[in-house]
Structure formats: C-alpha cells, structure tokens
Design a protein around this ligand. Structure first.
Ligand code: IPE
Length: 250
C-alpha cells in the first residue's frame, strides 16, 4: 500500500527567516515517520530554505542561473537535515533531488525519473524529495512545489494514502477545519485561503488545494492535516484522518 506524505516547510523551518531550521521539530517528525515507513515516499517543503532566496532572485518569473544554484543548494541543506534525522530514527532514507530528475513544461511536471524511486520502495529505502527549482522546456526554469510532487507521485504510484501535513488543522472556515472538501467548495473559500505566514512563492493553501483537487479528479483522495500536533503524522500514515479530506465531487 503506497503512501505519499508531505511535510510542509512551515513546520520544519521558520518561514520568516532565511535558512532557519527547527531541529527539534525535524527530530520529532523523523521519529513519527519511522513508526510507519513501509512503502512510503516522503516529500518535504522548502520553507525558508527555498522561498526566501527564490523571492530574492525573482524566481520563477526571472531566469537566474545564480538564483537557481543558490536556491537549490539551500533546499538541499534542509533535505540533508531531514535525511540525517530519519537515519538517526532508524530508517533508510535516500535523498532525491527534483532538480536532477524533474522536467517542467510551463511550470507543470512533464517528465520525472520515477524508476529509481520505485526501486527504492521495493528495496525498503525511503525516498525523501523536496520542493525545488527545476528546468522548464518553455520557461527555461521554474519551481516545483512539494505539493505538485505529491500529486504527481501519488498519481504515478497509485498511492492509497496521501497525507499533506501543514501547520494548521486542515482547510479552515471561521477557524474550524472542514471535514471534507470537493471542487464545489472552492469558490466560496477562495477569498479566505491562500495566505501563508512568511514568504511563499508557490501559492500557500490555495496552491496546495488546486494540486489535491486535480488528484481527487483522478480518483485519489488526500488529507490535509496538522503535522505540528504530535501523533498526527503517525496517525495519517495509518490512514486515520485528522483534518480535511480532499475528495472528488459526486
Ligand atoms: C517550494 O517548495 C520550493 C522552492 C521555493 C524552491 P514548497 O512549496 O513545497 O515548500 P513549502 O512547503 O511551501 O515550504
């Protein structure tokens, strides 16, 4: 049973300060993931290791070789921290850098080297991907968010559990999480969502929902949950849904 889990950058880092990791959170998250690591692909956000330098260099609108290199190298550092913490928690994590295995067309994934990821899963290794910069056939280069990677991988691997951890309890209406959400619910919500605390170049909650609604259209449901609350990640990996389920409209 393939599972795809995303941990948002807002949990792993302080999104308001450049390259500011939260080591205690990274360690706790690694331990929770270690409780249920079979057939899992992990994707983490870039947080302040990606969004701040992307914004500084004008990515993705501007083509900046230096911006690409600096942003990529920075998100790789966060990936190193995550991989190291997972290793210490007793699993066999493997870094997978989207910059080297993803091709975009107009900002959308056109090609992805899936076979190495599949082989890792078969060999009981845990692929650990992250939001990254990527080359783009039409725009030279762009940004591939962890959310887009989650939707792509969940679709390509026909995942049965898709869980997206954020720092809120789900999609909130008047401060309370919706239990279910379909595309029909989006228009009335649109004014209230989309903001992210700190710098975000990939669309915050709105961008996330658009990816997950597309995935739901393909018949794959997902859950948006609060990964900052202890126990929720372990629960989500077992298919327990604390948060908002993103479903296909009937
Ligand atoms: C963004 O990744 C990637 C870059 C800015 C390079 P995400 O969109 O997945 O990151 P978070 O979860 O919002 O931090």
């Amino acid at each position: 049973m393939t599972k795809v889990l995303k941990i948002g950058g807002s949990i792993l880092t302080d999104k308001t300060k450049p390259a500011a990791a939260r080591p205690a959170e990274i360690q706790r998250i690694a331990k929770e993931i270690a409780s249920s690591v079979e057939d899992l692909v992990l994707v983490h956000g870039a947080g302040s290791f990606g969004h701040i330098s992307a914004k500084r260099y004008g990515l993705p609108q501007k083509f900046s070789p230096e911006g690409l290199r600096v942003t990529h190298n920075s998100v790789v550092k966060l990936n190193d921290l995550m991989v190291e913490a997972l290793g210490k928690a007793g699993v066999s994590p493997m870094p997978v850098h989207p910059f080297s295995c993803t091709l975009l067309r107009d900002g959308r994934i056109e090609g992805f080297a899936l076979e190495p990821v599949k082989e890792m899963i078969r060999d009981d290794l845990l692929p650990v991907l992250h939001g990254d910069v990527a080359m783009d056939i039409n725009r030279k280069a762009g940004i591939v968010s962890g959310d887009q990677l989650v939707a792509y991988l969940a679709w390509a691997l026909r995942a049965e559990i898709v869980a997206v951890g954020t720092n809120v309890d789900g999609v909130l209406i008047s401060g309370r999480p919706l239990k279910d959400l379909t595309r029909k619910d989006l228009p009335p919500l649109e004014r209230g969502i989309g903001d992210s605390s700190g710098v975000d170049v990939t669309g915050g909650m709105r961008g996330k929902l658009l990816e997950l609604l597309d995935l739901a259209d393909e018949g794959i449901e997902s859950v948006i949950f609060n990964a900052a609350k202890e126990g929720n990640i372990a629960g989500a990996l077992k298919g327990e849904s604390a948060g908002t389920k993103v479903r296909r409209a009937n």
